[in-house]
Design a protein around this ligand. Sequence first.
Ligand code: HEC
Ligand code: HEC
Ligand code: HEC
Ligand code: HEC
Ligand code: HEC
Length: 245
Amino acid sequence: MDNRKHVGILFSALLLLLICPLIAHAEQKTENACITCHRFLGGKLAKPVSEWKGSIHQQNDITCDYCHGGNPNVTLGNLGSLSQKQFAARQALAMSRSNGFIGVPAGKAMFDTCGQCHSESVDRYTNSIMGKAYLDNKGGPSCVACHNAHHNSMPDVPKVCESCHKDTSGFDRIDPMNVNQTTLNVLSRIRIQIAEQKARGNKPPLIAEFPKELGAFQIGFVAFGAVLVLLVIGYIIYLVLENRR
Ligand code: HEC
Ligand code: HEC
Ligand code: HEC
Ligand code: HEC
Ligand code: HEC
């Protein structure tokens, strides 16, 4: 074995040693009454748990109760062997309004929930055209329409916009959380640019799905063909001239 291989193996081993405790740590942190019971219930009620696992919020220890309220520290015991009444009592304890349970946040309550930690983002969206359309019940998207409720991620723009907007050209170049009058001006300028580019003959390639390398190959092929044709024509002209003499 050469030295580089040795270094590679040593490096991998070190990396493993570093990562293992991190994984173990993350696993052991995320357990409470909300998670245990909802996982136990299965189906639709367990879906938030599986989606939340591995999310940026789970990685930052933002558990169910941060967004829904309630008491996550209820002692559950063995859920499988509880009577219906005992089960209901524990559920009531964890999910009681008196313990701050707010249920499923919607409308202004959702903004307040997220705003505990993302106040700048919430303010930005609250004052935008779409944020107002959401709060006024006029069909604007909620935070979780774009970011998901339990696996918060950055949306795929403009794909996520297509459920409500037909014309999404230029949407990938604006901030969707801050659509205001200025944005509309910028957007119409961007759209004029795009239209001009199209008109200038920035046409889509004939065979759209061909990858770039093949495009270059095709160009080469056509160029080669053209040179060949020119040579043949030249030769014919030469022959004609030769015959005349
Ligand atoms: C002992 C079991 C149990 C525990 C503990 C529990 N839940 Fe639930 N949860 C349920 C059941 C059953 C339902 C569905 C029936 C219902 O809404 O009463 C539910 C429903 C919900 C809903 C939907 C409510 C709605 O109005 O649609 C939310 C949100 C929720 N739970 C959050 C939590 C949070 C947050 C915690 C921890 C603080 C928690 N749960 C702890 C059993 C539990
Ligand atoms: C970052 C905030 C946040 C966290 C953390 C969170 N939820 Fe939710 N949850 C929401 C929001 C917002 C909704 C409303 C979804 C909607 O309007 O589509 C929701 C909806 C629900 C619902 C109603 C059914 C559904 O899927 O829409 C249940 C049940 C639920 N959450 C349980 C949980 C449990 C259990 C946990 C912990 C594993 C959890 N949530 C963690 C924000 C959160
Ligand atoms: C208790 C605090 C808390 C609450 C409540 C909360 N978040 Fe977060 N959120 C965080 C933390 C911490 C992070 C990870 C650090 C960061 O990037 O800011 C995060 C990250 C995110 C990200 C990814 C940001 C990025 O830069 O990649 C999104 C999107 C997000 N949250 C949306 C929401 C939404 C929507 C709600 C309400 C339904 C919500 N959060 C509620 C604390 C919270
Ligand atoms: C129409 C889709 C859409 C809606 C609705 C939306 N967001 Fe975003 N959000 C995005 C996109 C796209 C980005 C990334 C680009 C950017 O930073 O503007 C983002 C970025 C974020 C970030 C990262 C930091 C930041 O501010 O750039 C957080 C946190 C966040 N959003 C939370 C929220 C919360 C909370 C709400 C509701 C009050 C919300 N978003 C509503 C699309 C949306
Ligand atoms: C749930 C539906 C919904 C989704 C998803 C959505 N929008 Fe909107 N959007 C609206 C509504 C409703 C209005 C307000 C229409 C009005 O009042 O003129 C609006 C207005 C706008 C406007 C200003 C005027 C216009 O119609 O062009 C822009 C720009 C915009 N949205 C961009 C986006 C972008 C970018 C995304 C994706 C990241 C997005 N929207 C996703 C519903 C939605």
